[in-house]
Write a protein that binds this ligand. Structure first.
Ligand code: CA
Length: 228
């Protein structure tokens, strides 16, 4: 599988190229929009990862050029944390997914594999649900029973992970690597504190409870089956 990265920041570009190469992909890296678009239109890539802010032609220009000529190429773009308009614009212009910087490499890899598996047929997910809990990925908002819930960035990332892997018991080590982008087997206190705060906001005032601790194993988010 061949992946094109268009990223002008040397550190991020090299980090992505190295990580994806080690994961077994063939990777080409372009450092500006014009080179990126040229490569996208002349080489048989299976996926393109585009930064938005690029010298010369920006990520939108590259995306439009790609969509004009190659409608089937899956495109993921990288966006700044609070750039909600960017995310909306990207999806409107025909991107298949986006990732908010800074991101954990494991998260990028999971998204890349999903995109490659499904091609560019299905539209990008814009919200996640469990029972009456809703997480809006575009606007970075959470609500339960239609009541708005304010979460910190970490709590949001934690809830997003639990929702994406609904029904799976997630070990603390996995949560640490995905949400905090580090391995701290020794200090699981950080996770416990964040999890307690998240549950206080998402579960305490509502029924049914969605997040459970599985003793000695980790955490799971699960909506109980509907009773008719
Ligand atoms: Ca950039």
């Amino acid at each position: 599988m061949k992946i094109l990265i268009v990223e002008d920041e040397p550190k991020t570009g090299d980090y992505l190229r190295q990580g994806l190469s080690e994961a077994g992909f063939t990777v080409d890296l372009a450092r500006n929009g014009h080179d990126g678009l040229h490569l996208a239109l002349t080489e048989p890539f299976d996926l393109a990862i585009l930064d938005v802010m690029l010298p010369g032609l920006d990520g939108w220009g590259v995306l439009s050029g790609i969509r004009h000529a190659r409608k089937d190429l899956p495109v993921m773009f990288l966006t700044a944390r609070d750039a909600v308009d960017d995310r909306v614009k990207g999806l409107e212009l025909g991107a298949d997914d986006y990732l908010v910087k800074p991101f954990a490499f494991s998260e990028l890899l999971a998204r890349v594999r999903t995109l490659l598996r499904r091609g560019s047929k299905a539209p990008a997910e814009t919200s996640l649900h469990a029972a009456d809990l809703e997480l809006d990925l575009l606007r970075r908002r959470v609500s339960r029973a239609s009541q708005r819930i304010d979460l910190t960035a970490k709590e949001f990332a934690l809830l997003e992970l639990l929702l994406r892997r609904q029904g799976e018991v997630l070990p603390r080590s996995l949560i640490a690597s995905q949400v905090w982008d580090m391995n701290f087997d020794s200090d699981t206190n950080v996770i416990e504190v964040a999890m307690r705060r998240l549950r206080a906001k998402v579960d305490d005032a509502f029924e049914p409870k969605l997040i459970r601790t599985v003793r000695g194993m980790g955490y799971v988010l699960e909506a109980p089956p509907c009773t008719p």
